[in-house]
Every structure is written in structure tokens, then in C-alpha cells.
Design a protein around this ligand. Structure first.
Ligand code: GAR
Length: 193
């Protein structure tokens, strides 16, 4: 009997620089039968990124690129992405800024998750800044990447309440839990549009 393999999944790459907890949640999501994506490549600028271990655990190819020479690194990344027929890039805690040319060559196909309610708190130290400003809420955003930092079209956001006893650490943890749910949801949304 010939088994149906179902509709083909969109080949995706996840870019990380650190722990990779979003990477793990995206891999788990991608393994669901009805997920629109598969994860075929993990890319990092940091050879010490803890998240690289998920490549081994889930048998996904992983590649580290030296960002001391950004233009060369990006050229190599693009050829790797083309080789593997990658059609979607998910930035998940990737702490380098992609060049305009790179973004152009994958226009509309790069997503990012950011730990704030954009357009508030673009850039780094989002939780610290939200708390210093005595915000009542923070959260996370999945957005399309364009050439301006953390400024592309917003796909989904999730609000998180900042409690009276909150610390930067506890807020980061609370937001991260929501990130793990939001990113898969946003990917589903992108492919249902
Ligand atoms: C996440 O909170 C992500 O939103 C943030 O880094 C963390 C990565 O965690 N990204 C940025 O700040 C990008 N500017 P993870 O490695 O456990 O997924």
C-alpha cells in the first residue's frame, strides 16, 4: 500500500544565538502533522549557542558562521539556504542584524520574535526598560523583518501583565513562555493568509 505523505511542508531555517528555547518549541510544532513548516536547518553566529544541541537531538543540520566578516558570512548563509531550498527564515533569539541585501534576497520570508509589545522597546534590554518605565504590561511580538530594526509588519502579539513583585528575570521567563506559544500561532497565521 502506498501511504500518503500529506501536503509538502515549507522548508524553514531557524537562526539562533543563545539558549534556543524558541527553536525547540518551533521544532516541536514543525513535527505536528498539520504544521505548515518543516525545520531543515539551524544557523548560528555563536559556536557556543546552547540551542545548537537541538540540531543533534532532533537530527537537523546545523551550521555556525563567523560574523567577524558579516558580508562573507551572509554570502555563505545565502548559498546554504538556497542549497537546502529554504523558503522561510525564523529568527529566534538571533542577536545579529541582517544586512539590507540579505533581507532583500528573502523579502517577505523572514520572521522574528521580539520580547516586547512593538513598536515599544525595539532593540535590547526590553524587559529592563519596560520595568524602569513602570509599564503595567509587556509581552512579545512576531513580525516580518524589513530593513529597519524590529519594525516590520506585525503578525501577532501577546500581552503579559507585569505584577507588583516582578523582576527583570521573572518577566523574561513569563514572556518567554508566551513566545513559545505565539511563534507557532503566527506561522500558522502567515500560511493561512
Ligand atoms: C527571546 O526572548 C527572544 O524574544 C529574544 O531573545 C530570547 C531568545 O531566547 N530575542 C531578541 O531579543 C531579539 N532582539 P531563546 O534562545 O531561549 O529562544
Amino acid at each position: 500500500m502506498v501511504q500518503s505523505t500529506g501536503p509538502k511542508k515549507i522548508k524553514s531555517a531557524v537562526f539562533i544565538s543563545g539558549t534556543g528555547s524558541n527553536l525547540r518549541s518551533l521544532i516541536q510544532f514543525s513535527k505536528k502533522n498539520n504544521s505548515p513548516i518543516s525545520i531543515d536547518l539551524i544557523i548560528s553566529d555563536n559556536p557556543k549557542a546552547k540551542g545548537l544541541k537541538f540540531g543533534k537531538i532532533f537530527k537537523i543540520s546545523k551550521k555556525v558562521f563567523n560574523y567577524d566578516h558579516k558580508i562573507i558570512a551572509e554570502k555563505k548563509i545565502i548559498s546554504e539556504l538556497k542549497n537546502k531550498n529554504i523558503k522561510l527564515i525564523c529568527l529566534a533569539g538571533f542577536m545579529k542584524i541582517l544586512s539590507k541585501d540579505f533581507i532583500k534576497s528573502f523579502k517577505g520570508k523572514i520572521l522574528n520574535i521580539h520580547p516586547s509589545l512593538l513598536p515599544k522597546y525595539k532593540g535590547l534590554d526590553t524587559h529592563q526598560r519596560a520595568m524602569s518605565n513602570r509599564e503595567k504590561y509587556s509581552g512579545c511580538t512576531v513580525h516580518l523583518v524589513n530593513s529597519r530594526l524590529d519594525s516590520g509588519k506585525i503578525i501577532l502579539q501577546k500581552k503579559v501583565k507585569i505584577s507588583k513583585s516582578e523582576t527583570v528575570k521573572s518577566l523574561a521567563k513569563k514572556v518567554l513562555i508566551q513566545e513559545h506559544k505565539l511563534y507557532p500561532k503566527a506561522i500558522r497565521k502567515v500560511f493561512s493568509l
